[in-house]
Structures are given as C-alpha cells and as structure tokens.
Design a binder for this molecule. Structure first.
Ligand code: 1X8
Length: 321
C-alpha cells in the first residue's frame, strides 16, 4: 500500500467501511448483491491494510470486526428487561378456529392477523444503543439468557450499526440455511466428527462455541420478527413493525402476510405446509399474531404465553422411506 497520512487514512477508512457495509447489507440482508465478490474483497483488503497501519481507526461496525478471533472463557448471564414469551401451540384447524373464537369474544369484534413462518432456529435478542449493536443474547428461559454478543457479531446479516441512531431491542431467530447444514455435516463426516441432527442443533452448537472464529465460519443467518423495546418507533401493528425493522437494516422474512379472516390464515398455513421444502431454511409451523398492537395489549398474556398469538405446528414429517 502507498504510504498514507493519518488524515487521509481516516477519510479513506470511513469511505471503505460505509461502502463495504452497504455491499454486505445487499448481499446478506437483501440477498441482492450489487458487486462481484472480488470487488468486495479488494476494498476489504485495503481497509485491513489501513487498520493495520492505524489501529485507532478501527470502529465497532467495521466489517473487519466480523471475523471473530477471541476465545471466551464462558458466556455471561443476561437478564432480559423484557421477557421473551413462549407461544401456545395448536395442531389442527379446529384448534385454530377455537383460538380465533376466543380472540373475537375477548375483543368483541373480528380482528386481522399477521401470519409469519415459524423459523426452526435459535431465538435471540439484539440490543442497540444509538444505533450501535451492543448486546446479543440467547432466549434462555425467557428471563435469563446467555451473552453471545461476540458470536453474533460474526453473523453477517446482523447489522453492527442501524440505518438510524436508535436505542431499541429486537428479537428473532438465528438459523443455519439447509444448504450450509448439508455442507457442514459432509465436512464433519469427512473429519470423523459427529454430525448435527438438524439445522437447529447446528445453529445452536455454532452459537455456543467459545471460539468466535468457529461461529464466523458457520454461515448462520437471521430473521428478526419482534420489536421488544420500540425506542422512539411508533408502529401500531406487527406488519408495520416488520417493515420498520427491515428499513432499519434487519433481515426480516418476506413471507409475512396480514390475513383478515381465519379462513385466510388456514389458506396461508396449508400453502406453506405444502411448499416448505422449497424454502432455503427449515420451518416447523406458522406463527399467527393479532396484527393491531392495541388489541394485543387488551388481550394480554396468560402465565407464560400471549393470548393474542398462537403457533400452528406442522405434524412431524413422515420419515423418508
Ligand atoms: N417462541 C416465540 O415466541 C416465537 C418463535 C418464533 C419462531 N421460531 N419463528 C418466527 C416467529 C415469529 N415470526 O414470530 C417466532 S415467535
């Protein structure tokens, strides 16, 4: 690299960080890369050289901070300010209709539902302060989880800085794409290691690694789906909240849909029960939520689960004969 003054390095490294983070957003969040890998790699190498020359220029959201490289002693406990709820499951159309009847009885009129795919991964909670990713934790028992911030920093679809300097907390799922799961197990078999039973276990095992370089290589991804601490955001529906999370830089699942009747919900469920093998990630059901937040507040929670949501669970897949 040509010798470069600190001032020039400061300007250039800021340009490269923004450019590289935008390329990564297009590739890992929008699944729409705008440049070839070699363009990214060349600029990334230039940033590494500048940061090696001037380490003081490294910032938390620099893409160079995603490769991991520390080995933790263990995971600290994190107490969730806002507990992560669990869902009551339903297993049939009849149970789904009974859920809808209970909701309509409680609020006194029909409601619209936001339907979302139930991702078969590991629940995570992400905290941001003035737009910067400061803490990532597992769900744990819903109240106390484990601090896995360093591993989650290596997950390329998790923004290290939001599009706006907001202090918010979001929840979602960290998962391993089916193709990555197959490739990982093939490699483990060749290395004489025990294979993972399913992508969910592979994702959980990857995030439980104390050596962050291992998590960095596991090609994990995310779908975020809950605004826990809204900060200054004023969404009034789940559907709007999902769009806000996407606008801020989070990866959200594109298949969510607002359904006006339980029949429409059932149609959505049947559609994805039939076509889920075409998805690049595993799902084990459909999450159905009352779309309006004021109605969610009115319905509230039972001891462990919201009255305003349910999870329709697909029957276990017939063993492949
Ligand atoms: N346990 C839970 O509350 C949830 C679990 C999940 C999951 N595994 N995937 C998607 C959603 C969603 N879109 O809301 C939820 S909500």
């Amino acid at each position: 690299m040509e010798p470069i003054t600190f001032q020039a390095a400061e300007k250039r490294s800021a340009e490269l960080r923004d450019e590289l983070n935008q390329y990564a957003h297009e590739y890992y969040v929008q699944d729409q890369p705008s440049v070839e890998d070699f363009v990214y790699d060349k600029k990334y190498q230039e940033l590494v050289e500048i940061e090696t020359e001037y380490p003081d220029l490294i910032t938390p959201e620099s893409p160079t901070q995603r490769v991991g490289g520390i080995v933790l002693e263990g995971f600290e406990k994190v107490v969730h300010d806002i507990p992560l709820y669990s869902l009551n499951d339903v297993f049939s159309k009849e149970e789904l209709i009974a859920f809808d009847e209970r909701v309509k009885k409680a609020v006194g009129h029909p409601v619209s539902y936001c339907c979302e795919l139930k991702i078969d991964g590991l629940s995570i909670s992400l905290k941001y302060e003035q737009g910067v990713f400061v803490q990532g934790a597992t769900r744990g028992d819903g109240t106390v989880g484990e601090n896995i911030t360093e591993n989650l920093k290596t997950v390329k679809s998790i923004p290290l800085r939001l599009k706006e300097p907001l202090s918010i907390e979001v929840r979602g799922e960290c998962y391993m794409p089916k193709a990555s799961f197959v490739k990982l197990n093939k490699q483990r078999e060749e290395d004489g290691k025990e294979v993972f039973a399913n992508p969910r276990n592979a994702a959980a095992g990857s995030l439980r690694q104390l050596d962050t370089r291992v998590a960095a290589k596991r090609n994990l991804s995310t779908f975020l789906y809950t605004l826990a601490d809204f900060g200054p955001l004023e969404s009034t529906t789940q559907d709007h909240a999902l769009n806000e999370m996407s606008r801020l830089g989070f990866r959200t699942n594109p298949e969510h849909r607002v359904c006006e009747t339980i029949d429409e919900v059932w149609e959505y469920i049947e559609n994805f029960h039939e076509t889920r093998d075409e998805l690049s990630y595993e799902i084990d059901g459909i999450v159905i939520k009352v779309n309006e937040f004021d109605l969610q507040d009115e319905l509230g929670f039972t001891v462990k689960a919201p009255r305003w949501a349910t999870a329709y669970k697909f029957p276990p897949e017939e063993a492949q004969t």
